[in-house]
Design a protein. Structure first.
Length: 189
């Protein structure tokens, strides 16, 4: 069925270029490497990350997770970056469910325990937002988190993502269904 509107971004906006390294806010966001496997395993072994992301990864699964990112970039569906500070991986951030036609992406992030308390997540999210809207040209970025995850709500607010509402019973966690806050940033914000 033909669209009556022009896509916000044309196909190929991601796949025809290499995934960029994004520098900003004292951090470097770079594509994942196989050598990052220990940081990925550590991240998904952390109880706080497991609580909100509902998964753990073995070393082999972490290598598969890393290997998926270039494929997702070429498919223009998702993009993931290692958050690096002083040459050390301290977390992850990414765009999920990219919809070039609508100019939309969903953001995600986590920070390793050793790097918490340094505003890594809001700094990384600010750098990713600046690139996603300013360079790539997305119109809207969305961020969802459990209403029980106060730290994630603070990250969203510090990064300029306005709270738009609560999605009831949207995500299943180990302790049951959670209501989720929806935050967003627009290119016009």
């Amino acid at each position: 069925m033909p669209l009556l509107t022009t896509p916000a971004l044309p196909p190929g906006s991601l796949s025809t270029t290499a995934q960029p390294v994004i520098d900003g806010e004292g951090l470097r966001l770079r594509p994942w490497r196989e050598t990052d496997v220990d940081a990925v395993v550590a991240g998904f072994a952390d109880p706080a990350i497991q609580r909100w992301h509902c998964r753990s990864l073995s070393r082999d699964e972490a290598l598969e997770w890393i290997a998926q990112w270039p494929l997702r970039w070429r498919a223009e569906t998702d993009a993931g970056w290692a958050i690096v500070e002083n040459e050390r991986v301290v977390g992850q951030t990414g765009l999920r469910h990219i919809d070039l036609t609508e100019g939309l992406g969903h953001v995600s992030y986590w920070v390793l325990p050793s790097a918490r308390g340094q505003r890594i997540a809001p700094r990384a999210l600010t750098a990713l937002t600046r690139w996603s809207i300013g360079e790539l040209g997305l119109h809207r970025l969305e961020l969802s988190h459990s209403t029980h995850n106060a730290a994630s709500c603070q990250v969203a607010q510090r990064s300029g993502f306005l709270l738009e509402g609560t999605k009831r019973g949207e995500a299943r966690h180990a302790d049951g269904w959670h209501d989720m806050h929806l935050h967003a940033r627009l290119a016009t914000d």
